[in-house]
Design a protein around this ligand. Structure first.
Ligand SMILES: Cc1cc2nc3c(=O)[nH]c(=O)nc-3n(C[C@H](O)[C@H](O)[C@H](O)COP(=O)(O)OP(=O)(O)OC[C@H]3O[C@@H](n4cnc5c(N)ncnc54)[C@H](O)[C@@H]3O)c2cc1C
Length: 429
């Protein structure tokens, strides 16, 4: 809902009584989205006192620090969607930000490779999408064009995207935090926002340890916990977050030399994820993956990590069974692939036949905050919501920021802060 209340002098808050820190605006969540938003607020004005709360003792520890590290060019997303628009804008903004601040990246490019007639048809649909999305300088290449770019890769046809790159998203996010702090922003780590309450003309946020922070307005960017944060503030608990782990395999250093850039399969449009891909890392490693298996905890980076509350919430959620009904075969296949590496190797050999099981070992994993509705549909686009009344109307929740939200982070931040101006009736300029 949009709150168009009267313009209040939000600086009055600094003089109001209360313990703990006091801010005009507090961002909850020190992942790349929260940090980009905090930075963007300070890009627009230094007139506001802004704080950021992060439950861990470091920034960028969850999705932002556990991902493929790809700077996406915007090929896949539904034309006209916010996601498609923000990815293309975000990619361009990321490259200029990294150039401006000397953050290393590599524009290694990407091939989306078809290996048979059906995949070629799907590739052409993707080609159309990518063009509608304005993905810059893409080319359609044949098998010799594939070989010219990736000599070890086989395929019949591919989309070549020269502007797809790689970067350490954790480093980028921490840099946003450094810029934010250099402009007077304050970061509180080890602060898990556990309770939100309305106080005179503002919001009180209390941590698990009982510390308090007060502010006029809150932007919540809590990733894997976005539904719970919304519920804590009296906002709609839907969409629900269902955690899906993405596990990576590591290619041996010797075989890694065969891979120049990102090699992706043509995604099967019936399934929600992009498929197992070859991704070079900034440190020279090559990661293979990620798959997509249900995680038994929101921070369930391994099969052994189990959280009763997290798992029971998923199992009691009707949308989960509807999703499982739709993707049962796919889900089982992903689970088997997770247990038996050879299944993944077979898939990978389709693209790079020289890869053998002996070249591969298990690697790290990330957990996707997958937003889902009660119908069991995975929510694709970004979602924002607020609540009613004194508390809810002072909070803007970023409910769903799935991949490529790291790539899009600067563009998302721009949109979020525009939304804040509108919703909270704040003038930053
Ligand atoms: C396996 C995988 C691969 C991916 N690959 C790519 C890729 O190659 N390119 C790309 O662009 N995107 C990729 N993504 C997506 C991208 O990583 C995420 O979209 C992005 O990191 C989301 O950022 P975020 O800030 O919303 O969430 P997060 O990074 O999860 O940050 C949320 C933060 O909020 C904190 N928090 C939660 N609750 C509270 C609370 N109550 N109080 C205080 N703090 C709280 C958490 O500790 C966390 O630090 C990938 C994601 C995954 C999981």
């Amino acid at each position: 809902m949009l709150c168009r209340g009267s313009l209040r002098n939000i600086r009055n808050l600094h003089s109001s009584a209360g313990c703990g820190s006091e801010y005009d605006i507090v961002v909850v969540g020190g992942g790349i989205v929260g940090l980009a938003v905090a930075q963007e607020i300070t890009n627009r004005s230094n007139a506001f006192k802004v704080g950021l709360l992060e439950k861990e003792n470091e920034l960028a520890t969850h999705q932002t620090g556990h991902n493929s590290g790809v700077i996406h060019a915007g090929i896949y997303y539904k034309p006209g969607s916010v996601m498609a628009k923000l990815c293309v804008e975000g990619m361009k903004a990321t490259y200029s930000y990294c150039d401006q601040h000397n953050i290393p990246y590599k524009k290694v490019g990407k091939l989306v490779v078809a290996t048979n007639d059906l995949e070629e048809q799907r590739l052409m649909d993707l080609w159309e999408r990518a063009n509608k999305n304005g993905v810059p300088d893409i080319e359609l290449v044949d098998s010799s064009g594939i070989k010219a770019r990736e000599p070890a890769c086989v395929g019949t046809k591919a989309i070549w995207s020269p502007h797809t790159g790689i970067v350490d998203w954790g480093r980028v996010a921490r840099h946003y935090g450094t810029v934010f702090q250099s402009r007077g922003g304050k970061i509180h780590t080890n602060f898990e926002a556990n309770e939100f309450s309305a106080v005179d003309d503002g919001v009180k946020i209390t941590s698990q340890q009982g510390e308090e922070v007060r502010c006029k307005y809150v932007i919540a960017c809590t990733g894997l916990y976005s539904d719970r944060t919304a519920k804590l503030t009296g906002c709609d608990p839907e969409p629900k977050i269902v955690p899906f782990r993405g596990e990576y395999l590591l290619l041996s250093p010797e075989k890694s030399k065969l891979i120049n850039g990102n090699i992706y399969p043509v995604p099967d449009p019936r399934f929600p994820f992009l498929g197992v891909h070859f991704t070079p890392r900034m440190n020279g490693e090559v990661w293979l993956g990620p798959n997509a298996v249900l995680a038994f905890a929101r921070e369930g980076y391994t099969w052994g990590k189990f959280n009763i509350r997290d798992l029971s919430e998923v199992l009691l959620y009707p949308g989960f069974y509807r999703l499982a009904g739709k993707y049962l075969g796919y889900g089982l296949d992903q689970m088997l692939g997770s247990i038996f590496i050879n299944r993944a190797v077979k898939e990978l050999k389709k693209y790079v036949p020289q890869v053998e099981a002996s070249d591969i070992c298990r690697g790290p994993a990330g957990v996707r905050a997958q937003a889902m509705n009660t119908a069991g549909d995975l929510v694709g686009d970004f979602i924002f919501s607020s609540g009613e009344g004194e508390l809810g109307s002072r909070i803007l929740h970023c409910r769903n920021a799935p991949s490529p939200a790291a790539t899009s982070s600067l563009a998302i931040a721009h949109m979020v802060v525009d939304k804040m101006e509108q919703q909270f009736n704040i003038q930053f300029k």
